[in-house]
Design a protein around this ligand. Structure first.
Ligand SMILES: [Zn+2]
Length: 73
């Protein structure tokens, strides 16, 4: 039987839009990665932000980052 306590919430990672944005910024700053979607096929890609162009490995579409919208915005 699952035991519940008054402070169970302290063990829960509550993740909403703000947390997603803040954490993605931290990942971007530390690793130069950003999570985007392919403007052609819609697949989710983890982009290296230090490079000028992105090529989607799923469909072959290649373009500038502006054609790959952020997954979280
Ligand atoms: Zn694609």
């Amino acid at each position: 039987m699952k035991k519940t306590s008054w402070n169970e919430k302290e063990h829960t990672d509550t993740v909403g839009l703000n947390e997603n944005i803040v954490r993605l910024r931290e990942i971007n700053r530390a690793l130069f990665y950003n999570v985007v979607t392919c403007g052609e096929c819609g697949e989710i890609l983890i982009q290296n932000t230090s490079l000028e162009n992105i090529e989607c490995g799923f469909c072959g579409f290649e373009s500038e980052p502006c054609d790959f919208p952020d997954l979280i915005h």
